[in-house]
Design a protein around this ligand. Structure first.
Ligand code: ADE
Length: 418
């Protein structure tokens, strides 16, 4: 079996951590049990490019139980949990191509090794696998029947491909399911980003000024949790509606140029490039801490930062000190890559339970509906979304009301008013 991971001897540690994660993933467990019985993915060759974590290991176990032939690579050079990778390879015999800290060339070599499976189904987090397939491995495209995408950035890239007429097979935007982004993007990113910043710096958030760049679902989550830790939160935005929402949620909102001299911590979650750049670094306080929790490491302009710096050094794990030519020091966390996965463990299992339940059911849906879908980006069917919410509530022991016949009739009618 081909694979490329850091160290097979980490498998026992990975196994225990996967066991721990799975305790918080009851919805995925139900799906895995059904997949074991029904084998809905028999004959499927699945190429997955995801953050290689304990939660992803639980998802891979689900696909294997469903009968799929699999390969997995990392969707970010710094997000791999090497022990989870070792468990997948050694114990489950699933080929994994991922090493935490791999360089750019290795990252793409691993994507190619995963594509060597000649997939019938793809699973992506950020769309690097899909874009490699559509540019460098086009000979494989006729065999691919469908794919799924996990994250906002990837969905944006796929929509752009569909709009330009280059997308060659149906893709399902798992990110857009309500049971994904309401929870994973908001509460998952909220908690894990703060976790990553604290683990890497051990700084106190209480009383600090914390600048959140971007008030999408991820930014909302981080702002909420930073405020909960006692930080004074500032939001920067380019979208008037989101900015207005931030104002009414009680935050200060201002352009980056005004926030730059105020912040102790900065965290980017916009999906766009150069959100914090030279002109901003130059205005920052001595000791400002910069982190990114958006998918790619483009949000903080690292080239610009290097240009205005006279030197840099690692001062502790995941903390790089830049000495600016103006005499100030700026601290960059996790190379500007997603800090929640670089220096922490990503979203907690309980939210990944819903995200990955969507992945599993979306894959099953694509297989069942093979040949019926166009070269478009589809949403996850509402029935799947609702069923995942129902199962999650059940697993949490939360019961809810149901409509009485009179209430249902009332909602169906238009005649009844005041
Ligand atoms: N994305 C964010 N957190 C994650 C996790 N724990 N596992 C896989 N993908 C993730």
């Amino acid at each position: 079996m081909e694979y490329d991971i850091k160290d097979l001897s980490l498998a026992p540690k990975g196994e225990l951590r996967v066991e721990w994660a799975m305790k918080s993933m009851p919805v995925l467990k139900l799906i895995r049990r059904r997949f074991e019985r029904q084998k809905p993915l028999k004959g499927v060759r699945l190429a997955a490019c995801l953050h290689v974590t304990t939660e992803t290991a639980a998802l891979m176990m689900t696909f294997k139980a469903g009968g799929a032939d699999l390969r997995l690579c990392a969707s970010n050079p710094l997000s791999t949990q090497d022990d989870a990778a070792a468990f997948l390879v050694k114990t489950l015999k699933i080929p994994v191509f991922a090493v935490k800290g791999e360089d750019h060339q290795t990252y793409y070599r691993h994507i190619h090794s995963t594509l060597d499976l000649k997939p019938t189904l793809t699973m992506d987090d950020g769309a690097d696998l899909v874009s490699t397939l559509h540019t460098e491995r086009r000979e494989l495209l006729p065999g691919v029947k469908g794919g799924t995408e996990e994250t906002t950035t990837g969905v944006i890239r796929l929509r752009s491909m569909a709009q330009k007429g280059v997308l060659r097979y149906p893709l399902m935007a798992v990110n857009d399911a309500d049971t994904k982004h309401f929870f994973d993007n908001r509460y998952g990113t909220g908690q894990s980003t703060i976790d990553g910043i604290i683990r890497s710096t051990n700084r106190l958030l209480a009383g600090s000024v914390f600048v959140v760049c971007g008030y999408g679902w991820c930014g909302r989550g981080v702002a909420l949790r930073a405020q909960g830790m006692g930080a004074n939160v500032i939001i920067t935005e380019i979208n008037p509606l989101k900015a207005l929402e931030a104002v009414m949620d009680g935050y200060r909102v201002m352009p980056m140029a005004e926030a730059a001299p105020l912040g102790d911590f900065f965290c980017t979650l916009t999906g766009d490039m150069e959100v914090i750049r030279k002109e901003h670094f130059l205005k920052m306080k001595d000791g400002a801490v910069l982190a990114n929790s958006g998918h790619f490491n483009v949000e903080i302009d690292l080239e610009g930062l290097a240009q205005i710096s006279s030197g840099k050094r690692m001062i502790r794990d995941f903390v790089e000190e830049y000495r600016l030519k103006n005499g100030k020091r700026i601290y960059l966390l996790g190379e500007g890559r997603l800090i929640n996965l670089a220096s922490a463990e990503g979203h907690p299992s309980s939210v990944m339970d819903m995200s990955f339940a969507n992945q599993a059911l979306a894959a099953e849906y694509l297989v069942k509906n093979q040949g019926k879908l166009g070269r478009k980006v589809y949403g996850v069917p509402a029935e799947i979304d609702r069923e995942i919410a129902r199962l999650k509530l059940e697993s949490l022991g939360v019961k809810i009301d149901s409509l009485t016949p009179r209430q249902k009739k009332y909602l169906d009618s238009w005649e009844m008013g005041t």
